[in-house]
Structure formats: structure tokens, C-alpha cells
Design a protein. Structure first.
Lengths: 629, 303
């Protein structure tokens, strides 16, 4: 799974993020105070400005800190009732209808059906829920203004802050309810759609194997293939002890039970398992060793536009090194299962059928003791599973240490503390290769002229499986967070804009949030073809993006305009969340990874950090708005 | 200005000083001067009527009192608080011009919702809800959504929501509009009942008969200016005239009376200032205001 923006550990992330947030909030408060100050002068003239300001400040603090949960809840209840009476539940019905028809178009025979189905339900849910959140949040308060029902609210002892917060709360609860319904419907849809079994009949699909004379329990007594179902078959083998081997196809296997007489056995194939997974990965930190054995933070750039992965050259001293610090010998008492997605870059085709060979090694980070665990065939776009056994045979251990030199520190690394013991028969993974809790896993490419590429999260230790249903719900939490942020924006806009305008503005935020990266590139002038006005001119004139505009007064004006707007866009962009960050939820779910609680904690705090200032701004606007105008 | 005697501060429930509201357009240009320098004292326990033709500033005044609008200049003190203070609303009930209520709620839910906005216990709230529903006579419709209500019913539930907190000060904007004669009668009785309970009522209306029947004092607004302020009976007195009523007088007697009056030496059966109807007064003020804009017509009533 590609993770371009890894989530830091919560406690490591929090102090810095909290610092930035508090700073931004302080700026917000200072700006709103200045605006308030200007407002007072504009409205009442300079006399008595300080006493008015003080009164306003006192009221503001009261509105923030003397909110009544009873009133907030009353408003939230009202909003929920409104949504329910206006039949938002129809959205769920629409969703169910979409699921019904989706069954016609989604192909369970594809090679990764789980990803296909999960991506589909996730994106459909997210579109529907976000659109619903957009409509509800942007139209609710303006409707109150239009119908003047707001008159009967603000003439009760209700604070503007309670109106804004009650709305955000009520809409969030309604949206959450709908999201939960959709999540559960999706789960059953995906499970049932992918659920299948195969038929296996004696002497038609599975045939007895002539006895080789051995009587060991793992001798194969029958072999064959299952019948076709969902577009695939599994190779199967029956062992003497009654157990079965079932080949893994499309990320799943089945279990088989044999019953009936010895002469006329019946084979019962279970439903598939493993289609939807929740693998818990443990990640290490990556670094590279270059051809002269020096440590680098990145490998070779082979000229790919996407610089997520960097490369090492085959048949050289280059290596990709992952350092794992969190391997618990108790948990991995038999050994460490590894999975990886390695990218291959070929400088010459050679035999295109033949895969590029690689080697997996473990190394003690202090002594440099290295063991070559396994050579493997790289397959692009597939996840390669390897296993590092706990006990490593002497034959695999290298006699000389492998070095990783650091510039300026050559002397300390030239002679690692290492002695090869020729008497030692076997080596223990944790005793001999782990030092200070750290263990290094090396990847090298064996074919000369070919390259392996990887990023930090391309190799991980497959620690365990988490609960699939819980993980499914966690995946929907990403959509929930987007929804809450969108609701907050919608409510904010609806405090001062009419319904349709608030809706369009919220929609704008939604688009910008989905394309925040592009937005920021435009704001910082990194895109080709200039800023807003310049690219518009190029568009109209059918000009290319590369050549400079002619040196005229008009183009200087255009560039000046772009300079002003890009500054404005930059500040706007900083306030906009990046929904691409929430992709980690749908990606993890679709790729079969467990979503860590750490990710959830970080994103939950981030969501709150958006809701709070949006709420404050919404409150300030509503408070200073003439309700009856 | 009116020559009102100063009331003790404690009994003044609403006080406006130089209250002015100018509506501006987007560019800040003056559109309408909705209210000009209004000075008003409304005392505890009285029923005060704001009278004026459409667009005279009655509703603007009420909205300014409630803080729904911000004054362009001047100030409002209501129950001892500035208009922008939300805590004052705990003791205020407001019936808007039209009943702006949530049409997807039923009567019970409506009152329950508004009740929740006040610091009162659930038991008290439930009790007030059923009490008010029976007071406004909507028992049979308590479970029906307001979207199905007739205008009169909506008006009544609107009144019930204004009274949910047992307010000390009640502002009624056009309370009788849309009501049939019986409904109007009930509304007036209710206002008088509220008065009897010692509550202060401020109502606006352009229906003169309503105001005449229930109000202790009235203020007549025209084009944003207060044209008249005083006790209803005082305002309707015509000081320059005398009314004589007698029974069974012959033509000679009438002639005599005229003589007697001329000599000012006789016993009158009835002699008092005649009262015009409020309608006459109202139309008179309006027409004089139009003839001489900006000038106050009379010196104002006295208490």
C-alpha cells in the first residue's frame, strides 16, 4: 500500500500539531478582535470604544464558556427531527438501490475482487454522505432565516454559539446514523457478493495419487482442481492425515472437509476466507546503501515522475535497508513473516518472461553480522510474502560483516565489533541479529543492470490479523471525519450566506479539499502556465503552458493580478483541510490492512482542530449579524 | 417631546433613549429611516400599544427591543439589560408578526422544544406544555404537524410558545392579525388576563379597536416618528369641546339651554369632554403629519 503521507505516532505528532494549532487559533482570535474593534468604531464612532469592546469581549467569553448543553441538545434534536421529517433516510434507500444495481456491473471474477467491491462501496458512500452533509448543513440555517423561525429562537435565552454548535452536533449525529446504516449494508453487500464455494467431486475433480510407498501423514493421496466459481479454480491436494492444501487464488482460499465412505468420499468446500483482510503491519524506517557502501537517505532516481520510490542497482553493493525496532521475540517465536511490494525498473529487457532476482538478508545493526535468508523472484504489482525463520542455519551466515559507512564517521564503521564463530551451528534471529531492540532487513537486487525500488512502507512485518468487521467500521471513520469537517464548513457559510450560495461555497471547499495539493501548487506558483488569470489567458488564446507571455503591459498586469490572488489563495488554502489525507482509510481497507488506532486518534484530533475554529468563526458571524434583516 | 412624569427606575421595564434605526443597502447608502429618535418608558404591569399604519416602524421598534436588529444609534434597556443580552430573554415572551414556527413539528413538540431552551425542569416543562395547549384550545390538534394548521391555529400555538417560560414581559407583534372575531376577543381577554397577573404587555397593531380595548397607554408611530404618546382615555379627550346629554328636551328647552349656557347658569344632566373614536384620532394625526411632516401634532397626553 502506498503511503505518501505517513501518520506520525500520536504523542510525537501532538506537540507540534498542537503548537501550530494554538498559534493559528491565536491569530484567529487576534484578527477577530481587531475586526470587532474596527466594527465598533465603524458602527458607533470612536467614543467609548474600549468599554464597548470590553462588553463585547465579556459577552463573547460568556457565549463560549457558559453554553448550556441542554439548549445545544434541544437545537441538535430539532435539527435531527427536521432531517428525519424531511426524509433524509431516502438517501439510504438510494444507496441500497445503487448496491442492488452495482451487483450487475461489478465483476467478482476480477483478480482482486475485494479491492474492487470495497473501493466501490466506500466511494459511493462517501459521495452520498458528503453531498447529504453539504445540502443539510448549507440549507438548514438559511431556511431558518428565510422562514424567520430564527426569530423565535434568538428571542429565547439561546446564545449564538449554541445555535451553531447545536447545528453541527445535530447534523453530525444524523450523518453518522446514515453512515452507520450504509457501512453495515456495505459490509453485507461485499461479504455476500464475494462469498462463494466450489464443487469438488471424487474422480471428476480430484483423483487419487498412486502411493509412493511412504506412509507419512503428509503424503499426498489425492490431487486435482476445484470446479470453476467466480471465474477461478483452486488447485487442491489431499494428505494422508485428512488435511487439504488449497491453492490461494485472488487472495483467498477455502477449507475442505471429507466425509462419507472411503470408497465414495464427499468433499465439502467451505466459503472463502481471507478475501477481506485486516493485516496489522509493523513498519520499519528505510535507508539506502550506495555502491561505495555509504549510507544514503534515498536511492537512485531512475527518472520516474513520481518520486515516491527510489532505486538500487542490481549486482552491486547497493541495498535497501529497513530497521525494525519493534519486533517482540515472544510474538514472533517461530520467525518473522515479511511482506513487500517491490518496484522493478529494467534498463534492458533481457528475457521479459524471466523475473528479476532479489535477496533478502538480515543484519545486526551493531556487529554487521549478516545472513542471507532467501533469494526471490520479484513480481511487480504483487505482494511478495517471505518468512525469516527464528533459527538460521550457519550456511546462510556471511563470514565478513556488511558495512554501512556514514560520511565523516568512516573510522567508527570500518571495524564493527564482529567475530565469526566457525563452531556455531545455528544462529538465533533475535539473539544474534538484534541489537538494542533493532534488527535490519536488507534487500538487494541480484541481476546486473536492473533496479529495485522501494519506499518506506513497501516492506513490513505482517504482525497479525485484526477483526475485519471492526476494521470495516474504522474505514468508514475516514468518511465520517470528512463529513464532520464539511458540516462545519456548511454551517459556517450558512451563518452569513443564503442557502444556495452557502451550498456552492461549501461545495467549493469540498473540491478544494479533495484537490488541496493542486490548490496549493496554484497558490505557490508551482504549476505550469501561471496563476489564475495567466492560465485563463493561455486557455482562451490556445497558448502552450511553457513559453513566456509576451512582454507587454497587459501581461505585467495579469502577472500582478496573479501575484495578489496567489497570496490570497495561499491563506485560503492553509485553512482548507486535505481530504487526500483521509485516503489512508479507504486505501487500507481496500488493500486489506488494519487501520491503526494511532491513525484514528491523530485524525480525530485533526478533525476537532478544524471544527473548533470553524465553530468560533461561525459563532462570531452569527452574533454580529442582524437576525431580522 | 412628551411631558411624561418620571417613573421610578424600578418600575420601568423598557426604556429606549434616542433609539434610531436606519436601513442601509449593501453599499452603506441610506435606504429607509425606519425609526427616528424614539424615547420611550414602559412601566411594569401596563399594556402598551404601538399604533401606526403599515411601515411606520412598529415592528422595527419591537425587533430593536428584542435585539433582533441593532440600533443605528441610541440605546435600549429591557428588564435592566441591554437588548443584546441573551439572559434577558428568560423573562420575555415574543409573538412575532406571523407565527414563524417549525412546520414539521406538532404542537406538543413545538412547545417542548421552546421549553427546552429555558432553564426549567422536564416536569415543569411538561406541565407548562399541556397547560398552554389547553389554554389556547388546541387539545384536539396537539399531535398534528403545524403544516396542517389553519392560520388561526398557528397564531394560537405561536402565542403558547411565547408564554412557555411564564414571562414577565410579553411582546406581541400584531397579535390579532389573522384571527376571526372570536379569536380576536379571546386574544384581548388573554391580554387583559396577563395584565391582571401583573405582567407587562407591549403590543403593536394597526387595528385600532384592539388597541382601544386593551391598552393602558399607546404610542402612535408614523414614518418612524413617535407622533403621540399617552393614556388612551386622555388621548381621546377633546379638550376644546363640551358634550351635553339630556333627555326629553323640547325645542324651547334647547333654546333655553343655549341661553343658559350663554349665561352659564344652569344644571347640566351630563357635561364632559366628548370622546372621539381612536380611528378619528389616528386618521387626524396621519393627515396632519402628511400636511406638516416632522412636526408633532399635539403636546401629547398627560397621565
Amino acid at each position: 500500500m502506498v503511503i505518501e503521507h505517513p501518520v506520525l505516532p500520536f504523542l510525537q505528532w501532538l506537540p507540534r500539531a498542537a503548537g501550530i494549532w494554538v498559534g493559528a487559533l491565536a491569530v484567529l482570535i487576534i484578527v477577530s478582535m481587531l475586526v470587532g474593534f474596527g466594527f465598533i468604531i465603524l458602527r458607533n464612532g470612536p467614543s467609548g470604544v474600549f468599554s464597548r469592546f470590553w462588553t463585547g469581549l465579556k459577552n463573547g467569553l460568556a457565549d463560549m464558556f457558559q453554553m448550556s448543553w441542554q439548549r445545544i441538545w434541544a437545537i441538535a434534536r430539532l435539527i435531527m427531527k427536521e432531517s428525519i421529517r424531511k426524509k433524509v433516510i431516502v438517501v439510504c434507500a438510494v444507496f441500497l438501490v445503487i448496491l442492488m444495481f452495482a451487483g450487475w456491473f461489478l465483476d467478482p471474477e476480477s483478480t482482486d475482487p475485494a479491492r474492487l467491491y470495497l473501493s466501490f462501496v466506500l466511494s459511493t458512500t462517501s459521495y452520498l454522505v458528503l453531498l447529504l452533509a453539504l445540502f443539510l448543513s448549507a440549507l438548514s440555517l438559511p431556511a431558518d432565516f428565510k422562514n424567520k423561525t430564527i426569530f423565535t429562537i434568538v428571542t429565547k435565552p439561546v446564545r449564538p454559539s449554541e445555535i451553531v454548535l447545536g447545528r453541527i452536533l445535530g447534523l453530525t449525529i444524523i450523518g453518522s446514523g446514515i453512515l452507520v446504516i450504509m457501512a453495515i449494508a456495505s459490509y453485507f453487500f461485499v461479504s455476500f457478493s464475494l462469498s462463494h464455494t466450489h464443487v469438488v467431486i471424487q474422480n471428476e475433480d480430484i483423483f487419487p495419487v498412486a502411493s509412493s510407498g511412504t506412509t507419512s501423514s503428509n503424503a499426498v493421496i489425492a490431487a486435482g482442481e476445484t470446479r470453476l466459481a467466480n471465474g477461478h479454480k483452486h488447485k487442491i491436494e489431499e494428505y494422508a492425515d485428512g488435511s487439504f492444501f488449497v491453492q490461494e487464488v485472488n487472495n483467498h482460499t477455502h477449507s475442505i472437509v471429507r466425509s462419507g465412505d472411503a470408497d465414495d468420499p464427499k468433499y465439502t468446500v467451505s466459503n472463502e476466507h481471507g478475501t477481506i483482510q485486516a493485516k496489522v503491519p509493523l513498519y520499519g524506517s528505510i535507508r539506502f546503501r550506495n555502491a561505495t557502501e555509504f549510507e544514503r537517505t534515498a536511492g537512485i532516481n531512475v527518472g520516474e515522475e513520481w518520486d515516491y520510490r527510489t532505486y538500487i542497482e542490481g549486482a552491486s553493493s547497493e541495498a535497501i535497508i529497513w530497521t525494525f525496532e519493534n519486533l517482540n521475540p515472544k510474538r514472533f517465536s517461530d520467525g518473522v513473516p515479511i511482506e513487500m511490494n517491490i518496484s522493478v525498473y529494467r534498463t534492458h529487457k533481457g528475457n521479459i518472461e524471466k523475473t528479476i532476482m532479489g535477496a533478502l538478508l538480515v543484519r545486526n545493526p551493531r556487529t554487521g553480522l549478516t545472513a542471507a535468508i532467501e533469494n526471490f523472484n520479484s513480481e511487480k504489482y504483487t505482494t511478495k510474502a517471505l518468512f525469516i525463520p527464528r533459527t538460521i542455519d550457519r550456511s546462510k551466515v556471511e563470514r565478513t560483516p556488511r558495512l554501512v559507512k556514514i560520511y565523516g564517521e568512516e573510522s567508527t564503521y570500518s571495524r564493527p565489533d564482529f567475530s565469526y564463530d566457525p563452531e556455531k551451528e545455528t544462529y538465533d534471529l533475535f539473539e544474534d541479529f538484534m541489537d538494542d531492540g533493532k534488527i535490519e532487513i536488507w534487500l538487494t537486487c541480484l541481476d546486473s543492470g536492473q533496479y529495485f525500488g522501494a519506499a518506506e512502507h513497501d516492506l513490513y512485518v505482517y504482525a497479525r490479523n485484526a477483526n475485519v468487521f471492526v476494521n470495516f467500521l474504522k474505514g468508514y471513520f475516514g468518511i465520517w471525519q470528512e463529513m464532520v469537517i464539511l458540516i462545519s464548513f456548511g454551517v459556517l457559510f450558512s451563518t452569513f450566506l443564503s442557502g444556495p450560495v452557502a451550498m456552492v461555497s461549501t461545495f467549493g471547499v469540498l473540491i478544494a479539499a479533495f484537490c488541496k495539493e493542486l490548490f496549493m501548487q496554484i497558490a505557490t506558483g508551482q504549476t505550469l502556465g501561471g496563476g489564475l488569470a495567466e492560465s485563463m489567458v493561455r486557455l482562451v488564446n490556445h497558448e502552450n503552458m511553457m513559453s513566456d507571455l509576451p512582454n507587454t503591459v497587459a501581461s505585467s498586469l495579469i502577472k500582478f493580478f496573479d501575484m495578489i490572488t496567489s497570496g490570497f489563495l495561499l491563506y485560503l488554502g492553509l485553512a482548507i483541510p486535505s481530504f487526500a489525507d483521509f485516503d489512508i482509510y479507504s486505501n487500507s481497507l481496500a488493500s486489506g490492512f488494519d487501520i491503526s488506532w494511532n491513525t484514528i486518534a491523530v485524525h480525530a484530533v485533526r478533525t476537532i482542530s478544524y471544527v473548533v475554529p470553524l465553530f468560533i468563526v461561525g459563532y462570531l458571524i452569527l452574533r454580529n449579524r442582524e437576525v431580522a434583516k | 417631546m412628551t411631558s411624561e412624569s418620571k417613573a421610578p427606575e424600578s418600575t420601568v421595564v423598557v426604556q429606549t433613549k434616542n433609539l434610531t434605526k436606519i436601513y442601509r443597502d449593501f453599499w452603506g447608502r441610506q435606504k429607509v429611516r425606519a425609526l427616528k429618535a424614539l424615547d420611550l418608558d414602559i412601566r411594569k404591569g401596563e399594556v402598551f400599544g404601538l399604533l401606526g399604519p403599515n411601515g411606520s416602524g412598529k415592528t422595527t421598534t419591537i425587533k430593536l427591543l428584542l435585539g433582533l436588529l441593532f440600533p443605528t444609534s441610541g440605546s435600549v434597556t429591557i428588564l435592566g439589560c441591554p437588548a443584546g443580552d441573551v439572559t434577558k430573554n428568560e423573562r420575555i415572551g415574543y409573538l412575532p408578526e406571523e407565527s414563524y414556527l417549525y412546520r414539521f413539528l406538532n404542537a406538543e413538540e413545538t412547545l417542548d422544544f421552546y421549553g427546552r431552551l429555558f432553564p426549567m425542569s422536564a416536569a415543569v416543562r411538561r406541565q407548562r406544555v399541556s397547560q398552554l395547549i389547553s389554554m389556547v384550545g388546541l387539545e384536539s390538534a396537539r399531535k398534528r404537524q403545524l403544516r396542517e394548521y389553519s392560520k388561526g391555529m398557528t397564531r394560537r400555538i405561536g402565542l403558547a410558545q411565547a408564554l412557555i417560560n411564564d414571562p414577565d414581559l410579553i411582546l406581541l407583534d400584531e397579535p390579532t392579525s389573522g384571527l376571526d372575531p372570536i379569536g380576536t376577543r379571546n386574544m384581548k381577554d388573554l391580554i387583559l388576563e396577563l395584565k391582571a397577573q401583573g405582567k407587562t404587555v407591549i403590543m403593536s397593531s394597526h387595528l385600532l379597536a384592539d388597541v382601544q380595548d386593551v391598552c393602558d397607554r399607546i404610542g402612535i408611530l408614523y414614518q418612524g416618528e413617535l407622533k403621540e404618546l399617552g393614556r388612551v382615555e386622555d388621548l381621546l379627550k377633546i379638550n376644546a369641546e363640551t358634550e351635553i346629554r339630556a333627555e326629553g328636551l323640547s325645542e324651547e328647552a334647547k333654546e333655553k339651554i343655549r341661553k343658559i349656557i350663554a349665561e352659564d347658569n344652569s344644571q347640566l344632566l351630563y357635561c364632559d369632554h366628548p370622546t372621539s373614536s381612536l380611528e378619528d384620532l389616528f386618521l387626524n394625526i396621519i393627515s396632519e403629519s402628511e400636511a406638516r411632516p416632522g412636526k408633532r401634532v399635539r403636546g401629547g397626553g398627560t397621565d
